[in-house]
Design a binder for this molecule. Structure first.
Ligand code: MLT
Length: 408
């Protein structure tokens, strides 16, 4: 008899974004002709930039010629890309990393979920609330939790509420976790962590032999020069943190797929006898066994963001989205909403009015203004009563959506 992985039965029926998509499709079918503006999932709208496209084409051309054709590449990524990442994303910020501490992949969503596989199921995981739903859902899938309680929390996960009162920053847990997910700039609240905040977490992880999973997918949106882009800018972090980065939001690769994960040589985890083992070889083993690498033209395209023109172009696109966020913040504030985020992040986090729940606000916006956002409660119970707008829309739609909101 074939047995299912019963951990899947503990999950809510659908993943958040497909569920939103389903509701929007239903609405569109019932209301043909209504123009719906999508500011829900953080999916980019601006095309790949000219330098990226040029490199992408060159990569494709190379695949068309006997002399330059490539079959399987190195599973961890081509040296040219890993070297460019080490130099531009890290050395430029004073962080020394060897390219072989960098693992190129097809997405941070996959990596933040898959990383759990190399850690035992007796690890206790701490996550923020609200948070990117992948962290909790994949923790459940991996079998590290009990069932979901009526308050929306899973037994066996340490939740760290991020509320208006604590500035949407998780506080150090009172119960000791083994693995800690942190995401800055934060999805969904748009909050950033200062050097002091990150140092506090690194010190805590060092003292308690924890590992931090640091999701920095939105680092390119940091505008404040005092805010660290990488956790490795913090002393001691290489011994306690894995960092996840993505080309998706940085360079418009949501449909092209390219990301990377950093596992420093000095990062250790322990066996049941308390003996330390380096984590990097474990991830290397997993990665090379289960993954055959990102396609060569895509890696060529990704590397182009580190060229002089590529860097300029990508920055201009990020500024475009940040300007969207500024427009949204200002307009929503003028409309009397309490607004957070959207300064160092592409997400604007808004408190609903008149005590509406997040899903009630979602329905109101969809029904009355034909605008789609993401209900805060979809990111965790502490997100109830909040709503997330994504700034990855086209400018004309941002302006139109804000005008429509004024009328409801
Ligand atoms: C989001 O909207 O939170 C993100 O687009 C989801 C993702 O990056 O997978």
């Amino acid at each position: 008899m074939a047995k299912i992985n019963e951990n899947y039965l503990k999950l809510k029926a659908g993943y958040l974004f497909p569920e939103i998509g389903r509701r929007v499709r239903e609405f569109a079918q019932a209301n043909p002709g209504k123009e719906i503006i999508r500011m829900g999932i953080g999916d980019v709208t601006q095309p790949l930039t000219p330098a990226v496209i040029k490199a992408f084409h060159e990569g494709v051309e190379e695949m068309a010629s006997l002399a330059t054709f490539k079959g399987y590449g190195p599973e961890q990524g081509y040296d040219f890309l890993r070297e460019a990442i080490a130099k531009n994303d890290y050395l430029a910020r004073g962080v020394q990393l060897s390219p072989d501490e960098i693992f190129v992949s097809d997405g941070s969503k996959c990596d933040t979920g898959n990383i759990q596989e190399i850690f035992g199921n007796d690890n206790i995981i701490a996550i923020g609330d609200p948070v990117y739903p992948v962290y909790a859902d994949t923790t459940v899938m991996s079998g590290k939790t009990g069932s979901c309680q009526s308050n929306g929390y899973f037994d066996g996960i340490i939740y760290m509420p991020c509320t208006e009162e604590n500035g949407f920053l998780p506080e150090l847990p009172t119960e000791r976790p083994d693995l800690i997910f942190l995401c800055f700039p934060n999805n969904p609240t748009g909050t950033v962590a200062t050097r002091e905040v990150l140092q506090k977490w690194v010190d805590y992880a060092t003292k308690n032999q924890c590992i931090i999973f640091y999701d920095a997918a939105y680092e390119a949106f940091i505008t404040d020069p005092s805010i660290p882009h990488s956790i490795y800018e913090i002393e001691g972090a290489k011994s306690v943190a894995i960092e996840f980065r993505s080309f998706s939001k940085t360079a418009g690769f949501t449909g092209t797929r390219c990301a990377f994960t950093v596992i420093p040589d000095e990062l250790m985890a322990y066996d049941s006898d308390g003996k330390p083992h380096p984590v990097k070889p474990l991830w290397m083993r997993r990665h090379t066994t289960k993954f055959n690498g990102v396609s060569y033209p895509v890696q060529k395209a990704a590397a182009a963001i580190y060229s002089e023109e590529g860097a300029k172009e990508v920055k201009a696109v990020i500024n475009y989205y940040l300007e969207n966020a500024r427009i949204m913040r200002n307009s929503l504030q003028e409309q009397g909403y309490t607004v957070f985020g959207g300064i160092n992040a592409p997400y604007v986090w808004v408190k609903t009015k008149n005590g509406l729940t997040s899903w009630e606000f979602f329905d109101l916006l969809l029904g009355e203004a034909n605008v789609v956002g993401t209900p805060g409660s979809g990111f965790g119970p502490s997100g109830e009563g909040y709503f997330r707008f994504s700034a990855f829309a086209e400018r004309a739609n941002v302006l139109k959506a804000m005008e429509r909101l004024k009328k409801i």
